[in-house]
Design a protein around this ligand. Sequence first.
Ligand SMILES: *Cc1c(COP(=O)(O)O)cnc(C)c1O
Length: 370
Amino acid sequence: MKREIQATQPVLADKESYIREISSIWDTKSMTNNGEKVKKFQKMLNDYIKCPNIDLVVNGHSALLLAIKAMQLEGEVITSPFTFVSTTNAIVQNGLTPVFGDIDESYNLDPKHIEELITDQTCAIITPHIFGIPCDVLAIERIAQKYNLKVIYDGAQAFGTRVGGKAIAHYGDATIFSFHAIKVFNSIEGGAIVYQEESLRRLFELYRNFGISYGESGNDVEVIGINAKMNEFQAAMGIVNLERLDNELNLRRNLANTYCECLKDIPGIDAYDYSQKIDYNYAYFPIKVTKEYGMTRDELWRRLKDRGIGTRKLYDKLTCDYSCYRNADYVRKTDYADHIKEIALDLPIYGTLSKDDVEYICETIKSMRG
Ligand SMILES: *Cc1c(COP(=O)(O)O)cnc(C)c1O
């Protein structure tokens, strides 16, 4: 019998615990506008990340928009084109010019080439921790200090990743997370901004709620905000899922170890080198399909699909390849990213996948080698 293995599967808390969590909403009659679930979820995240400054919003893209907005940036921003399009969109939607830097073996912005991109217009580095693999945060911090740049990390894929014993959000001026259904941790949809500067709190509260401030003598609109509020049903899902996160991360770590072990002897299949002392969240399991495999990435993707194994070609396009960006005058060549987009493939990894499934995927990849 043919096995069907999906490329991704959302983490869903058990139905009873979600229903128990949302039932008080019928008592409070509060479905949104910073209700008690959002406050409880925020408090749990403060404890989990060990950071007092967190603002919850409706999704990761809004978190990114607001993080950039609140920093009041102008000019050029150094970023990676090897990302989900949200990163580039948020930069451009804030009136900033993206300056695309190349990536390195970590799939992230290569710090060695950042300095050559800095001009007197550069105000910030805004870049993702792609696949949950952290950027070289210490190298980026040194550059940011030297040139007085803000650093905002798009940590949409990196919730749960830890560097130097600290949650990834402790690096940079701000880090955003996405709690979308397909991320490692979800609140159906949702997002958070984690930031270092306590004084930004008021701005985030204003911007996510149209800019309205409530005063004794009436309301005012102090800044031109948007509506990015998280609702109570989202927060409730976040609350029940957060309790399962460490378990999910453990399951993924074990699966990743199995992958590394089973793939290491297959010529032309290069897994990421996870040997550094970093706690990865294993949000994705990227491999590179090189010449020695005897088949292109696209061909492997298609043949696995025929065998019932779903994989994802993340990212087979750089954000600057899309038609809305392609002809922009700021688009520049990034040779290594252009190469990686041809050979990168993400294998299935999620807590409900079994060790046996992973072994089967690896065996299949091995047996199909050209
Ligand atoms: C998912 C994702 C986002 C957007 O998050 P949403 O919650 O879907 O709005 C932004 N950046 C990256 C890198 C992502 O993977």
